[in-house]
Design a protein around this ligand. Structure first.
Ligand code: PAF
Length: 282
C-alpha cells in the first residue's frame, strides 16, 4: 500500500494506473476510521482495480465555532486498517498542500445546501463540494463511495457531479449502525457513556415514524411532531436541531409522505451533533 501526502504524486500515480487501463474507486474520508468507513472500503474494493482512500480533515467545511481543532485523528491506526481492507493508496495531505494561500475557487450547490444541516452550518457544503471536486480532479476516479448517513452531502455531491459533468459514478451505501442502532460516526467518541447509552433513541424515533406511516399516517407535520414528542420523552436533555420530511433528491420539504420521502433529523447531545435519517417506505 502506498501512502502519499503530495497531491501531484497522487495525480501521477492515478494517471499511470489509468494509462494501464485500470479502473479506480475513491473513498473520501476525514479519517478516524470506524466500521462504517470500513464497509465503504469493502464495497469500493469490489468495484474497481485500484482503491484510493483519502484522509483529510478539510478545514473549509468547518465553521468558526466548530470542532476542527479537536476533530479526532489517528493516522497510524487508519493506515493499518486501510491496509487490512485492501486499499492500494492512502492520500493524507496537509491543509497547505490542498489549499494555496490565495485559493479563490469554490463549488456551491445552494439550492440543496440551504436546508437541513446547511441551515445550521452555513458554508459547510461549499467546503465539502470544493474538496470533493479537488479530490475528483486529482484522482479522476471511476467510482466514489459515500455513506448515506450524510444524505444531504450525498445528494449535493450527486448534483454537483451531474451539473459539472464530472464523470464519476457516485455510490451511496447504507448507514452502518452500532449494536443499539446509533448511526456510526467519528464524532460518537465525544459522547459521554450515558449519552451513548441513550442515543439509540434517535433511531427508535425514526422507526416509530415509519410504523405510523405503515399505519396510514401520511401527514408530514404530524409525523414530524411525533418524532419531536418521542425525543422529548426519551432524551429530555437532547436538543433537536431539525426534523424534516423531504424529497430525497431535491431535498424540498414535502407536506405528505409519498414514495419516496426522506425523514432526516439532527440532534444535539451535549456538544455533539448527531444526524440520522430513514427513507420512509409507504
Ligand atoms: O463525509 C466526510 O467525511 C467529508 O465531508 C468528506 C466527504 C470526506 C469531505 O471532506
Amino acid at each position: 500500500m502506498d501512502h502519499l501526502a503530495d497531491p501531484l504524486l497522487l495525480r501521477q500515480h492515478c494517471q499511470s494506473w489509468r494509462a494501464q487501463g485500470l479502473t479506480i474507486a475513491l473513498v473520501p474520508t476525514m479519517g478516524f476510521l470506524h466500521a462504517g468507513h470500513l464497509s465503504l472500503l469493502d464495497h469500493a474494493r469490489t468495484l474497481a482495480d485500484k482503491l484510493v482512500l483519502s484522509i483529510f480533515v478539510n478545514p473549509t467545511q468547518f465553521g468558526p465555532n466548530e470542532d476542527l481543532e479537536r476533530y479526532p485523528r489517528d493516522l497510524p491506526r487508519d493506515l493499518s486498517l486501510a491496509e487490512e481492507h485492501g486499499v492500494d493508496l492512502v492520500f493524507a495531505p496537509e491543509p497547505q498542500a490542498m489549499y494555496q494561500p490565495d485559493h479563490a475557487t469554490w463549488v456551491t450547490v445552494p439550492e440543496l445546501a440551504k436546508g437541513l444541516c446547511g441551515a445550521a452550518r452555513p458554508g459547510h457544503f461549499r467546503g465539502v463540494c470544493t474538496v470533493v471536486a479537488k479530490l475528483f480532479g486529482l484522482v479522476r476516479p471511476d467510482w466514489a463511495v459515500f455513506g448515506q448517513k450524510d444524505w444531504q452531502q450525498l445528494a449535493i455531491i450527486r448534483r454537483m457531479v451531474r451539473d459539472l459533468e464530472l464523470g464519476v459514478t457516485i455510490v451511496g451505501r447504507p448507514i452502518f449502525r452500532e449494536p443499539g442502532g446509533l448511526a456510526m460516526s467519528s464524532r460518537n467518541v465525544y459522547l459521554m457513556p450515558q449519552e451513548r447509552a441513550q442515543a439509540p433513541a434517535i433511531r427508535q424515533g425514526l422507526e416509530l415514524v415509519q410504523a405510523a406511516v405503515n399505519g396510514g399516517e401520511l401527514d408530514a407535520a404530524r409525523l414530524g411532531l411525533m418524532f419531536r414528542a418521542y425525543l422529548a420523552e426519551k432524551l429530555p436533555e437532547a436538543r433537536l436541531d431539525y426534523v424534516e420530511l423531504v424529497h430525497p433528491e431535491s431535498l424540498v420539504p414535502v407536506a405528505r409522505v409519498g414514495a419516496p420521502t426522506l425523514l432526516a433529523v439532527a440532534v444535539f447531545m451535549g456538544r455533539v451533533r448527531l444526524i440520522d435519517n430513514i427513507l420512509l417506505e409507504v
